[in-house]
Design a protein around this ligand. Structure first.
Ligand code: PLP
Ligand code: COI
Length: 355
């Protein structure tokens, strides 16, 4: 394995940029991709040198283990540009560390931090013009690793590919989301892979989410796999619930992703003087709070969605609407975190990293 120091990264530039074909005033989430990507292969027991190459298709044999056994992990991050044209990242080392936590669970070899950090830095310097600056937009960054090693034997692959691809993106959700509390399906279980950003976790969510959409909901609120009595996550976001003036989120576990937005919002909320509780929360408590008027807000947090307010939830055929609230915690906290991310406010936490 190469040492964890700043490295030389080969760069092959695209002959013709696609940037002029992109309407930066009408960006969807993750639909168009920038000119280059970072690629790094693991073979013969070690990671090779990362390279920046033009964004392009990948060729794999049908026996590559990713297709059969789903050995793949990913991350989600964003790059921003401030008024001085600096490229900014938010807590990038946390994404790097979490990628390796996910990899370990999927028996994927650890990636040296410098490969991730130096590779990302090099890529972003080249893709600087692809970072949108309009409100609510950013360059969404998708680092991922998957098994390229071949064979039908159900065992870890002997070869992997690490790629970082980028997509200039607008907001993930266009407005508030209506959610259905899940009573049957689970996204994760004790001892499982719920805490990892494993590709298969998301595939497993699609069918229950499709069923929820057919009933008129946008997302599923995942509950614990054992009893379905406890709230866990909101789609691909961590969940926050405001009861009276207290902001509640559930503890992370084997089954819940340790969200970087979640832990940042927890710190910001405390510093804003908001009462914060990290504790288990029963569906029955949520319904009771809705009925007695103490339920004020619900929102999801995540890199893609930032903070996504929830308009209401369904449970056992009944719908519960969230009340109208002035000066929501969601709006206040979203402004605080995005101001820090985009250098519109001081960053007392040291989370912002200039590339
Ligand atoms: N929970 C799940 C299942 C996710 O996929 C994500 C998205 O990354 C999150 C929570 C939020 O994590 P983060 O804030 O680190 O993006
Ligand atoms: C993110 O928030 O970055 C994620 O990875 C969630 C994804 C499903 C868009």
């Amino acid at each position: 394995m190469k040492s964890d120091t700043t490295m030389q990264i080969n760069i092959t530039r695209t002959e013709k940029s696609k940037i002029d074909h992109v309407d930066f005033n009408d960006l969807k989430f993750g639909q168009v991709f920038s000119d280059h990507m970072l690629v790094c292969d693991y073979e013969n027991g070690e990671w090779g040198s990362p390279e920046v190459v033009p964004y392009q298709p990948i060729s794999l044999n049908p026996s590559a283990k990713i297709f059969h056994y789903g050995q793949s992990v990913f991350e989600g991050m964003k790059a921003y540009k401030d008024a001085e044209n600096n490229i900014l990242l938010f807590r990038p080392l946390d994404n790097c560390k979490r990628l390796n936590i996910s990899s370990k669970r999927l028996a994927i070899p650890e990636l040296p931090e410098s490969y991730f950090m130096d590779g990302l830095t090099e890529l972003l310097k080249i893709e600087k013009d692809w970072i949108p600056t309009s409100e609510g937009s950013a360059l969404y960054i998708r680092p991922f690793i998957f098994a390229t090693g071949e064979g039908f034997h159900a065992s870890p692959a002997d070869a992997y590919k690490f790629i970082i691809a980028c997509a200039p993106s607008g907001p993930y959700f266009s407005g508030k989301v209506k959610v259905l509390i899940e009573e049957k399906y689970s996204r994760s279980a004790n001892g499982g892979v719920g805490f990892a950003k494993a590709g298969g976790n998301y595939a497993g969510q699609f069918y229950p989410t499709q069923l929820a959409k057919e009933k008129g909901y946008d997302q599923v609120i995942w509950t614990d796999d054992n009893t379905h009595e406890y709230i866990e996550e909101a789609g691909a976001m961590n969940i926050f619930i405001r009861i009276n003036d207290t902001l509640v989120t559930v503890p992370t576990s084997d089954r819940i992703l340790d969200g970087i937005t979640r832990k940042s919002i927890l710190e910001i909320a405390k510093d804003e003087g908001i009462d914060v509780e990290i504790r288990k929360l029963k569906v029955s408590e949520l319904i009771e709070a809705s009925k007695n008027g103490s339920l004020k807000e619900m929102f999801g947090t995540g890199t893609a969605a930032v903070i996504s307010p929830i308009s209401g939830f369904g449970f056992k055929g009944e719908d519960f609407d969230l009340p109208f609230v002035e000066n929501t915690y969601a709006d206040r906290l979203k402004k605080r975190i995005t101001d820090i991310q985009t250098n519109k406010a001081d960053d007392p936490y040291g989370w912002r990293v200039v590339v």
